[in-house]
Each structure stands twice: as C-alpha cells, then as structure tokens.
Design a protein around this ligand. Structure first.
Ligand code: SF4
Length: 182
C-alpha cells in the first residue's frame, strides 16, 4: 500500500521507523495520524497513504483480530487493497497465491514476450495463470519484475545483453512494446 508512486528503495527506507513505532495492526489502528504522516512523509501521496494504513489497521482489528487474512476474498474488500496487493500477500507471506501479481513490469514483460495480447492487468493475469503452472505463479512475477528492473526496463531495454533475447519476439524493437499509454 505504501509503494504506489514510490520506489521500493524509498519504501524500504521508510518502513523500519514506521514498524518500530507501530509494530502491528493494533498499534497502528490507534496511531496519531500526524505521526504516521511524519513517518511516511518521504513517500509520494504520504497523507493519503498514512490515512489508509490507519483505516486498514482498524478494519484488521475489527474484522480479523488484528491479523492479515489469508483469503483473497477477505483481502480485496479491505480499503486500498486490490487484486495485485492481495496476490503479493498471498504469494509472499502465505505461500498460497491465488493469481499472478501483475504490476507495471509484469504487464510490460508479458507483452514483450508475447505471453499476452491484452493490455489490462486483469486480462494479462488470466493469460499468465493459464500459461504458467500454479506452483510457479509467485515465482514468475518475481522473475519478471526482477528482469524488468535490471534488463528489460521501459525506456531502454538492454536487448543486446539480454540472456533470453533468442526467445523474445520483441528483441531489438522493444521500446514501443508494452509501454504505458501517455
Ligand atoms: S530481448 Fe529485449 S525486449 Fe526481450 S526480454 Fe530481453 S531486454 Fe526485454
């Protein structure tokens, strides 16, 4: 929830102090809003994010005894939690993904590798779920995200040095494939 319009590096810098001050949902549910804003103040949209994580924590306490639920249907009805966030939680924490995480990297890579013809995350997810065995749903999104960050980035994909260039239909012409419309 903190990662929207922020880098992972930025989020990872902010969370140690946040979690030290508020180590669980019960603590965050009764937090002072301005203090939470201060702790996440280096992140984009920090006021909105601070408000949301406090609201979410209140609901976790009310509905789930202060724990994060392990079912997709319970996660996606929480404020600020969409299918992508829910799939991250289920895959990384519960080791029981119910889908494939489709973030901006997965979206772009799936298109460049011609694993999908779709452009909407929900439809791309359905294509990846059919293409990849269930036990690899979590791993495939991590691999695509890693490759998207390190090699196949949006503006300047490094096709010359890419280890899968022989398998990739977009090699050497990827700049305009899978880019978000402006
Ligand atoms: S060959 Fe280019 S477009 Fe294809 S996966 Fe590698 S970096 Fe991305």
């Amino acid at each position: 929830m903190l990662s929207a319009q922020s880098t992972d590096v930025g989020v990872n810098k902010a969370t140690p102090a946040l979690f030290a001050a508020y180590p669980d949902a019960r603590a965050l549910a009764v937090a002072d809003g301005e203090d939470v804003e201060r702790l996440v103040g280096t992140l984009g949209m920090f006021r909105q994010k601070a408000k949301r994580i406090v609201e979410l924590s209140k609901l976790l306490v009310e509905r789930h005894g202060g724990e994060v639920p392990g079912r997709l249907e319970d996660l996606v009805v929480l404020p600020g939690v969409g299918r992508k966030t829910a799939n991250v939680v289920l895959g990384v924490w519960f080791k029981a993904p119910e889908g494939v995480v489709v973030d901006t990297h997965v979206q772009r890579l799936a298109q460049r590798l011609a694993w999908t013809k779709h452009t909407e995350p929900e439809e791309i997810e359905q294509d990846l779920m059919k293409k990849v065995p269930r036990e690899k749903w979590d791993a495939v999104s991590h691999l695509l995200i890693w490759h998207g960050r390190r090699r196949c980035n949006a503006q300047r994909p490094d096709c010359k040095e890419c280890p899968i260039r022989d398998l990739c239909p977009s090699a050497d012409r990827a700049e305009n494939v899978g880019r978000k419309q402006r």
